[in-house]
Design a protein around this ligand. Sequence first.
Ligand code: NAD
Length: 428
Amino acid sequence: MKVYKYPAASDWSSLLKRPVMEAAELEGRVLAILKEVQERGDAALIDFALKFDGAAPKSLLATDAEIAEAKVLVSEELKAAIQVAKTNIEKFHTAQKEVQISVETMPGVNCWRKSLPIEKVGLYIPGGTAPLFSTILMLGVPATIAGCSQLVLCTPPNKEGKIHPAILYTANLLGIKTIVKAGGAQGIAAMAFGTASVPKVYKIFGPGNQYVTTAKQLVTKYGVAIDMPAGPSEVAVIADKQANAAFVAADLLSQAEHGADSQVVLISDSEDMINRVQTEVDAQLEKLSRKDLAAKALDNSKAFLVKDMNEAMAMSNLYAPEHLILQVEDLDNLVAKVVNAGSVFIGPYTPESAGDYASGTNHTLPTNGYATAYAGVSLDSFIRKVTFQKITKEGLQKIGPVIETMAAAEMLDAHKNAVTLRLKEINK
Ligand code: NAD
C-alpha cells in the first residue's frame, strides 16, 4: 500500500481514482461479445465458454442430474450455514415491504401506489475466480419475496464445463429453474437478448468484473434495465489510533482477495496505526490462498494520513466506497457524517464479511463512486411502484377547471378537451 501523508484536499480526487481499464477499449471488447451472442445465440455462448472459461459445456442449462449431484457434494455444515444466512436475508428484506400508500388529494380524487414485481429477472452470479454462491441468496431471496415469476441465473462454467456444486445447490434451494452456464459479457448478453436456451429478461442484477459491469451498462441501450454498476469490489476503512490493527488488516485483505482490480483504502489520523496495519497486512497476506490476487490489488491500494476524523470522513464521502468500515472511538459522531457509501460496518466486531454473507443486508452494492447516486440491491430493486387513480364526478368538477387552465396555458387543446367534454356531460 502506498502511503500519502496529509495530501491537500485539491489532490484527493486524483489520488482516489479507481484502477479501471480504459473505457473505450473495454467497451469495444464487450460490444463485440454482445453482437456475437445477439447474432449466433447458444453457439456463441458455447464458443465463449471455451475461450474464456476453458471448457465448452455439454449442455448450456444445468441438468437435473447435475443438481442432484450437487446436493450430495455440498457438506451438511455448508448447507446449515446457507440456511442461517438465507433466513437472515429473508428477515431483513421482508421487512422492506411497504404499506400501500393511498391518498385522497381532493374530495373525489383518489390516488394510490402499488408495488408490482418485475416479472422476468436475470441474476448474474460471479464465478470467474471464486464461486460466489452467496450472491444467489442476495439476489434470489429479494426476487422471491417481491414475487418475480421468472428467475434466470447465469454463471460461468468451470474448467470441466460445469457449475460449482454450491452454486447449483443454492439456486435449487431457492427454486430457480433456469440455471445457465454462461459467464461474463456473454452471460449478460444472453439474458438481455434471449437465445434458444436462455429466456430474455426485463432487468439484470448482480455483481461481476469489469466485463460483466460494462456489458450490463451497454445492454441498457437495448431496453433492458439493470440494478446498478456493481463492479470490482472496494473498501475504505477509517481507523483511529485505538483501532485493532489486525482487524483492520483482515478487512482490507478481505476485499483485496476478490481480484487484481479491487481496491482498498485506509484513512487514519495516526501514522503509528498505518504502520501497524501495514505490518499486519504483510503477515496475514502470506497465509492467504489467494495471496497473488490480493497482492496485486494491494498494489492499487492506498493509505492516507489525515489531520483528524472530520477530514477522514470528508475524504471517504468523496471516494464513495462500496463498503465503509469504521473502527474509531467516537463511532456515533462519525456514523452521523456518512453521506456517500454503499454499506457501512460499524465498530471492531462488525467485519465486512458479515454483510457479504449472513447478517441480512445485501452485498450487491454500487462501486466505482456510484454510491453517490445509487443504493445497493434491496427489495425495491425487484419491484415497480405503479400509480393508480380514480376520480368521481364530484372530484372532476373540483379538479377539472384546474386541468383546463393548465392545459390551455400549455396550448394542449386535446388535453383540455378530455376534461371539458366530461364536465359538459356531468353538468347536463
Ligand atoms: P465474473 O463471473 O464476474 O467474470 C468471469 C467472466 O469474465 C469469465 O467467465 C469471462 O467470460 C469474462 N472474462 C474474463 N476475462 C475476459 C477477457 N479477457 N475478455 C472478455 N471476457 C473476459 O468473475 P470474476 O472475474 O471472479 O469477478 C468477480 C467480480 O465481482 C470481482 O471483481 C469482485 O470484486 C466483484 N464483486 C462485486 C460485488 C459488488 O457488489 N460490487 C460483490 C461481489 C463481487
